[in-house]
Ligand binder design. Structure first.
Ligand code: ATP
Ligand code: MG
Length: 183
């Protein structure tokens, strides 16, 4: 599975629909302070099911919605669509029927989040599991936030183990075991 495009609409500073094309190889995002580089990475994490406001640098989940600017009114919803190239058919079962897969997440004020995979409504958990099984979830070590290296060095062993489990692609199993134990 390879990410091919990220489309943001009303997400944080990206008020108008904005496409980020993700080509083969390394993608670099450069720009002046405050232009939205970190917001892009947060959009990627958010569409994969991130639900911790702290990871999104906000107080509440609705803080990802464009809050308005001097010349633009606030929006009522934010949407992020992640296009995945699945030509090699490596997506987990249930998501593996097509050469391309589009995952979208939309949050509407006072309504909450809704997810779609391939145009069909799915649960947050389905999307989180899809990416956890593909070792590239919202908590993936492939996404390195500003300041995260220092956090990793100072992390407690238990938290560091979580990061290694995500890298090893077994965090989906860990989550399922946790859920089974709660039942
Ligand atoms: P740096 O180089 O300093 O790390 P950056 O390119 O990573 O900067 P971001 O942190 O991604 O920049 O973007 C910050 C900008 O996004 C700020 O101008 C902030 O006002 C804006 N922003 C964040 N949330 C919202 C929102 N909900 N509505 C409108 N603008 C927002
Ligand atoms: Mg930044």
């Amino acid at each position: 599975m390879r990410f091919s495009k990220l489309r943001l609409t009303g997400f944080k500073s990206f008020v108008d629909p904005t496409d980020l094309i993700i080509s083969d190889g390394l993608t670099g995002v450069v720009g002046p302070n405050g232009c939205g580089k970190s917001n892009l990475l947060e959009a990627l994490r958010w569409v994969m099911g991130e639900n911790r406001p702290t990871a999104m640098r906000g107080g509440g989940m609705e803080d990802v919605i464009f809050a308005g600017a001097a010349t633009r009114p606030a929006r009522n919803f934010a949407e992020v669509a992640l296009h995945i190239d699945n030509a090699e058919r490596l997506a987990p079962a249930g998501f593996n029927d097509h050469d391309a897969l589009e995952i979208t997440r939309r949050i509407t004020r006072d309504v909450g989040s809704a997810y779609k995979a391939g145009g069909k409504e799915v649960r947050a958990r389905d999307v989180q599991m899809l990416f956890a099984d593909a070792s590239t979830g919202a908590h993936s070590p492939a996404l390195v936030r500003q300041g995260q290296i220092a956090e990793l060095i100072n992390a407690k062993p238990r938290n560091r183990r979580r990061i290694l489990e995500e890298a090893a692609g077994i965090s989906g199993l860990y989550q399922r075991r946790h859920e089974a134990e709660l039942k």
